[in-house]
Design a protein around this ligand. Sequence first.
Ligand code: PEP
Ligand code: MG
Length: 325
Amino acid sequence: AQKRYAGLVGLPAQTLCGKHIALHMNAGLMADLPSLATSGAEGVGLFRTELQFLIRNKVPRRGDLASLYARVMDAAKGKRVVFRTLDIGSDKVLPYMKPQEEPNPAMGWRAIRVGLDRGGVMRMQLQALIRASAGRPLTIMFPFVAQFDEFRDAKAMLDAVLESESRLGHVLPASLEVGAMLETPSLAFAPDRFFEETDFISIGGNDLKQFFFAADRENERVRKRYDTLNYSFLSFIRQIVTRCDTFHTPVSFCGEDAGRPLESVALAAMGVRTLSMRPASIGPVKAMLRRLDLDEVAAVIDKAAAEGAQSVRPALSEHLAERGF
Ligand code: PEP
Ligand code: MG
């Protein structure tokens, strides 16, 4: 299948209506990095750092993390890598962490909540990232931010780490972008200041969808009831993008749906201009985007909803079928 799309690797995901959709890849291991060149991804839109913590039986050492992050940046050859700080808890349990007997782990003590409450690990990770960058540009993203305060507190922690790293004589990053993952509906309604202060937002569609529909992403029975091409969800995405656009806050989408052709087209039609996905999805998604007019797709979606459709999948499938897909 990869061969089929090989001819597209050097070509942009430019739609028929002239819009450029930036396609980035998700990664989590050093072994994922060669895909950056072979897939034609513009960068790593999501580097999940928790894998390094999950494969060991104790907390990794700062030096080991720093050298891994440095190798990731080397392998990216100047392309942007968005490093997401540790997203543990819920489905990702560390073998050396005391299990939290939580009735609802997905809504429990996880991700940034752990990072802020147990600052030691997050500070160590931030130090490792700064040392790895060694004067190169650095992009950091905080997971599962549900309210502005959490982002503000995480940034304050980062500022303190930058100051102490500088005092210790380490070279600071040439530039630093700090963003938040929007994975709970609450963040979409944060005060304006949040949108002004964050450098970018990445919609974590896997989590956002489970909280939007109150349907556990791990539970097939309920997960499948709610289509991503559900008009309610797509409208919410459109609202988020509109709000981000108002503040010129770059917004991307990095959940699994970004890599599904129909879903990616719908997301782009809702205004999302950056998608991050599994490397193997870049070819198929690009092939589809290049043959479509997003204004037409948006019109198809809105018309289906106006006629009462909850899922716009049938209407969108029909539109694509008419265009030979
Ligand atoms: C998401 O929630 O969409 C996401 C990208 O994060 P993860 O799948 O790692 O929770
Ligand atoms: Mg998530």
